[in-house]
Design a protein around this ligand. Structure first.
Ligand code: NOJ
Ligand code: CA
Length: 571
């Protein structure tokens, strides 16, 4: 018989689980070190006013859901006024709220109400570029070539008598990274043409961003997620993009001067009684380069994209975990564990494919997937992430096991990655589909009156994936997340911040954390027996007669001291 909390050992005592206080209040100075941060993509979370677009009123109405889920903080994707060339990452005004989402006053209230529930707020800042409708860029266009207004951006004359772009840099969204304006100047945009890059050698750019940080920190925001954090600084010579380069010598990626910017931001963040937290979005291949941003006077944490991109294979996952823990140890920064966000393929779809890794370059529409297998693995990956030391990110809908929506009609797609690749890249709309809350058919309670068409359509067959349906289902993804996160708060590993690998059967891995806690993941096709004398705390799938089936993670309490465990390799 199943308990009402799937696969959890009721012997642990639900009363014990229910009495856990808010960690936020217990350790204010370092709450972020092991926080669970929930990513809110506002446009798709919940619609409060019935226009089919998610908004702050919708988020506010769903705070009880988030509190019940057991998250420590909300990270909001950009909520600022934006012409939406890149769904909000083209910011026209960094100090207000997009009218489609609500008002600044509503944001302030939301920050305060959430905080009363023990949930902190993190906002997204976008320092690499602004919208082409930002006043600075409008002024720059109006002021003409060689004007001081243009020096806040990268305006240049082109080659071949100004007929070709100043250099061959390519936009991350495809095509040239340069666009020519009417008077002949070209400007740089590493993303869409509507996202002109700022010139971080200009003092206005520094000053403005520090003021924007203070603006939000003064409103009670606990931290910022820094968009495209490795791209801000450019080689002023605008040298050609090399095929290989020495560390720090790429013309627009991971350049040394970035560290000066973040040191200065850290001073701003540290100026608050509860220091604000700086979280970097840094897609850097080498962990050694990444952790340079996490030195004690720079950023606090960074997303672990290596883990997010890692294929579902025991050796690769173990290497990835080790690499992250090893790299972070010397800088005393916590690792983060991330399996999804608003830019990447939903985990249940990705893990159901033959190639379970993620890369932007390899994304192609129509790649077959087995959602049953993918869901099993996503459950196992979630429970693994919850057991690892550090903080964890959950992207809205991940906790419902939503799949990537891959059949969005072309005329509904928005993502510049899809548009600018001519459809070769399926883009990111498929992981941004509105959340299904209740009911049997779209829009699944996304809007209050139930009949507004959401900005992206939900599939008709999501009735079993609604919050309502999953709440009552002991075997649902939502029950797993709720139960796993609640158990995580009890810290069955005590205060142990490191893990020790144990001997483990083929195609599995097992680690201990603390005195008695053990986590075992079976990646292989065959069930593996539970270690002798182990008490099961929770499993991501139903155990088969005391054995752990394929693609399943299980948390155990060992009856015995760690020395009793054979083959332990302390880390
Ligand atoms: C990273 C963001 O996560 C992504 O959504 C956006 O398109 C780019 N940065 C550009 O701002
Ligand atoms: Ca709305």
């Amino acid at each position: 018989m199943q308990s009402d909390v799937a696969y959890v050992n009721v012997a642990l005592g639900m009363a014990e689980l229910a009495t856990i206080g808010t960690k936020a209040d217990a350790a204010p100075a370092s709450w972020w070190r092991d926080a669970v941060v929930y990513q809110v993509y506002v446009r798709s979370f919940a619609d409060g006013n019935g226009d089919g677009i998610g908004d702050l009123a919708g988020v506010r109405s769903r705070l009880p859901y988030l509190s019940d889920l057991g998250v420590d903080a909300l990270w909001f994707n950009p909520w600022y006024p934006s012409p939406l060339a890149d769904n909000g990452y083209d910011v026209a005004d960094y100090r207000s709220i997009d009218p489609a989402f609500g008002t600044l006053e509503e944001a302030e209230e939301l920050i305060a109400v959430a905080r009363d529930l023990g949930i902190r707020t993190i906002v997204d800042v976008v320092p690499n570029h602004v919208s082409n409708e930002h006043p600075w860029f409008r002024d720059a266009l109006a002021a003409g070539p060689n004007s001081p207004e243009r020096s806040r951006f990268w305006f240049r004359r082109g080659g071949d008598d100004n007929g070709t772009p100043p250099n061959g840099w390519q936009s991350i969204f495809g095509g040239s990274a340069w666009t020519q304006v009417g008077d002949g100047d070209w400007y740089l945009h590493l993303f869409a043409p509507q996202q002109p890059d700022l010139n971080w050698m200009h003092p206005d750019v520094w000053a403005e961003h520090e003021e924007v940080l203070r603006f939000w920190f003064d409103r009670g925001v606990a931290g910022v997620r820094i968009d495209s954090a490795a791209l801000l600084v450019k080689d002023p010579g605008l040298g050609a993009e090399p095929t290989s380069w020495a560390p720090g010598e790429h013309p627009y990626m991971d350049r040394d001067q970035l560290h000066d910017i973040y040191r200065s931001w850290r001073m701003v963040a540290d100026g608050y009684p509860e220091p604000r937290v700086l979280i970097g979005e840094l897609w850097l291949p080498e962990p050694e380069r990444l952790i340079r941003y996490l030195r004690t006077d720079e950023l606090h944490t960074a997303f672990n994209f290596d883990y997010l991109s890692c294929p579902w294979e025991p050796a690769r996952m173990r290497t990835c975990i080790d690499a992250a823990l090893d790299a972070h140890a010397p800088v005393d920064a916590p690792t983060t564990w991330v399996i999804s966000n608003h830019d990447v393929t939903r985990p249940v779809t990705r893990y159901g494919r033959d190639d379970t890794s993620f890369s932007f370059e390899a994304k192609r529409a129509g790649t077959p997937t087995d959602l049953g297998r993918g869901t099993r693995r996503a459950r196992a990956a979630a429970l693994l992430s919850m057991a690892l030391p550090g903080s964890m990110y959950v992207y809205q809908g991940e906790e419902l096991g939503l799949p990537e929506v891959e059949d969005i009609p072309d005329d509904r797609r928005r993502d510049p990655m899809w548009l600018r690749s001519g459809g070769r890249d399926p883009g990111r709309d498929g992981c941004r589909v509105p959340i299904p809350w209740t009911g049997a058919r779209p829009p699944f309670g996304f809007s209050p009156n139930g009949d507004a068409r959401p900005w992206l359509d939900q599939p008709d067959d999501w009735a079993a994936l609604t919050v309502e349906a999953e709440s009552g289902d002991p075997s649902s993804m939502l029950t797993l997340y709720r139960t796993g996160l609640r158990l995580r708060r009890t810290a069955p590993w005590g205060d142990a911040a490191s893990i020790a690998w144990l001997e483990s059967p083929e195609e599995t891995f097992t680690f201990a954390r603390g005195e008695r806690f053990v986590c075992l993941v079976n990646f292989g096709p065959d069930p593996v027996p539970l270690p002798r004398g182990a008490e099961v705390l929770i499993a991501s799938g139903e155990l088969e007669g005391g054995a752990v089936p394929r693609d399943t993670t299980v948390w155990l309490l060992q009856n015995g001291k760690p020395e009793d465990v054979q083959g332990k390799e302390r880390r």
